[in-house]
Design a protein around this ligand. Structure first.
Ligand SMILES: Nc1ncnc2c1ncn2[C@@H]1O[C@H](COP(=O)(O)OP(=O)(O)OP(=O)(O)O)[C@@H](O)[C@H]1O
Ligand SMILES: [Mg+2]
Length: 255
């Protein structure tokens, strides 16, 4: 299964959710790949810690190779690296993604990621793509390359109104490029069960018939430590309530 974690709004939890769900998949024995398409490289840093290096060939070098001519085309596997976590591999991001963006768009390379990930065939059971907070070439490439789409939602009222636009974008990609793309659901992140506003906002989404996944992911300061130590929650503290939320969400997705 190839999934994209998508929301144009910044800071809603895309990278955190990508890495934590992927870490659980790998821990469950699935051969798992994270593809980081955000020039900020937050997922790359989260999974590699200090080992993250600008010269590690990753997503930028993959896309750069698509600009050159080669009979066999660039192989995604050449741009993938081990992480410290068994069964979890990473195609890292770097600032070079920014430099390449204009060229890739003008040369219409939008299907290259899909083709390369498809060519990886059965090397991976589970692929998770982290996207930048923008609807740019990389985000569109990811939506075209995926079968499932998760939309993180941060319980903010502005984000609530933006959700309809996001769902329309997915529908447009479905119609024009990728009829296999399914919205798996909205992942409620940084949920504060005791505050009235988030409860109301989420209840409204459900009432409107939007596909809200259960359970929500609670807000916890532990996530800062998880980022700082470059340890996804399931490795940092397997019994933490937020880890349990992630495990339950993972199970809900598999079903
Ligand atoms: N469950 C949580 N509880 C508390 N804070 C969280 C939680 N999940 C994520 N955060 C915090 O929210 C911030 C944004 O998270 P993250 O970087 O994953 O979002 P993003 O959507 O990938 O951002 P960007 O759009 O910049 O790529 C981070 O500071 C992170 O620590
Ligand atoms: Mg991010």
């Amino acid at each position: 299964m190839r999934r994209v974690v998508f929301n144009q709004k910044g800071g809603v939890g895309k990278s955190t959710i990508t890495c934590n769900l992927a870490a659980i998949a790998a821990q469950r024995g699935l051969r798992t790949l994270v593809v980081d398409l955000d020039t900020q490289a937050n997922s790359s840093r989260y999974l590699l810690g200090d080992a993250v290096a600008a010269d590690l060939p990753g997503a930028a070098e993959f896309f750069e190779a698509t600009l050159g001519f080669s009979m066999r085309g660039p192989q995604a596997g050449d741009f993938v690296h081990d992480t410290p976590f068994e069964g979890l591999h990473l195609m890292p991001a770097s600032a070079r993604l920014d430099e390449l963006h204009g060229k890739l768009e003008s040369r219409s390379k939008i299907y290259k990621l899909r083709d390369a990930l498809t060519a990886l065939g059965d090397r991976y059971d589970s692929i998770w793509i982290d996207t930048p907070p923008a609807l740019n070439f990389y985000t569109r490439s990811a939506l075209i390359a995926s079968q499932g789409c998760l939309i993180p939602f941060d319980c903010d009222d502005f984000s609530r109104h933006a959700l309809y636009g996001l769902l329309e974008t997915v529908q447009e990609i479905q119609a024009d490029h990728n009829e296999g793309l399914q919205v798996e659901g909205i992942v409620v992140n940084q949920f504060q069960a005791r505050a009235a506003l988030p409860q109301r906002v989420v209840a409204e989404l459900v009432a409107e018939g939007l596909p809200v996944l259960q359970p929500p992911l609670r807000a916890s300061v532990k996530i800062k430590e998880s980022h700082e130590r470059a340890l996804p929650m399931v490795h940092l503290d397997a019994r933490h309530p937020l880890t349990l939320d992630y495990l339950a969400l993972y199970e809900a997705l598999k079903a």
